[in-house]
Design a protein around this ligand. Structure first.
Ligand SMILES: Nc1ncnc2c1ncn2[C@@H]1O[C@H](COP(=O)(O)OP(=O)(O)OP(=O)(O)O)[C@@H](O)[C@H]1O
Ligand SMILES: [Mg+2]
Length: 265
């Protein structure tokens, strides 16, 4: 089983050469993401969530510490790690099928094989028969599903998502949460998902990492199984209404909003 691991990782944008203040944005982050895990990172705005994802994706290099997949240091973005952002960024001149097949086209996979894989993925994301649709013919939720299908086209080991459901209305968002759990179950992908939503973090995660700001550090690391219960057939509403969920909600709210003594003064 593959594992993406951050060891004692710190990030300082002034040192990374991309500009920014002299303070560490992330400090001494230790985190490992195994295939089959669904890790959700939550924390206040500016706590370094997107920076963390960009490090894991290989878009940024850590200022200190190491990031590796199965013990091999990463040197940049790679096919083993696919990224999905909040804005779908699909190619509007291509239909859904060709958007999904695009990463394979870059690897010179023949058209027939690309189309076959795209059809499989359209089925997986619940868009069978929508391959010929233009991007502007799809709803926001459908676009995001095409974006996720495109990310899965190269069979990544890890799927890294930065607030992928943030732009969706509440009803579509809750449907998409079930959808994400199903996709995660159907593939053997390790998921790292960033959200602002406490409810979403609890509902999806096998592990929730709470980041505390200034500098971004892991303030809590919780193991959960509400997503597993949903996949086993329990209704989302029943899970959310349960005493365990409510108590986990209170606990996570507290973990996010409590300043440590060091910074409370
Ligand atoms: N490219 C950059 N160059 C310099 N500083 C940056 C850069 N990107 C982010 N920062 C700074 O790093 C800190 C963390 O930002 P980051 O975007 O990682 O936070 P976040 O937790 O994702 O916030 P949000 O919830 O608002 O998306 C902030 O202080 C931000 O100003
Ligand atoms: Mg962010």
């Amino acid at each position: 089983m593959s594992s993406l691991s951050l060891q004692n990782v710190s990030l300082n944008y002034a040192l990374s050469g991309t500009g920014g203040g002299a303070d560490d944005v992330l400090r001494n982050i230790n985190l490992s993401l195994d295939e089959r895990e669904f890790v959700v990172v939550i924390g206040r705005s500016g706590s370094g969530k997107t920076s963390l994802l960009n490090l894991a994706a290989g878009f940024l290099n850590p200022s200190r510490g190491a990031i590796s997949v199965d013990g091999v240091p990463i040197t940049g973005p790679g096919r083993d790690r696919a990224v999905v952002f909040q804005d779908d960024a699909l190619y509007p001149w291509l239909n859904a099928r060709d958007n999904i097949g695009f990463p394979l086209k870059l690897r010179h996979v023949p058209k027939a094989a690309r189309d076959l894989r795209a059809e499989e993925l359209l089925n997986l994301v619940g868009l069978s028969g929508a391959g010929d649709k233009k991007i502007w013919e799809l709803s926001g939720g459908m676009r995001q599903r095409v974006g996720i299908a495109r990310a899965l086209a190269s069979d990544p080991k890890f799927l890294l998502m930065d607030e992928p459901l943030g732009a969706l209305d509440a009803l579509t968002r809750s449907r998409m949460q079930s959808f994400l759990l199903n996709v995660w179950q159907a593939t053997s992908t390790g998921v790292l998902l960033i959200t602002h939503s406490i409810d979403e973090a609890l509902f999806l995660a096998t592990r929730v990492i709470v980041l505390e700001p200034n500098p971004g550090r892991v303030a809590a690391d919780l193991r959960l199984d509400f997503g597993g219960r949903h996949l086993a057939g329990e209704e989302a509403a029943a899970i959310r209404g349960s005493a365990e969920f409510k108590s986990a909600y209170e606990g996570l709210t507290l973990a996010i909003h409590t300043e440590t003594a060091e910074f409370a003064a």
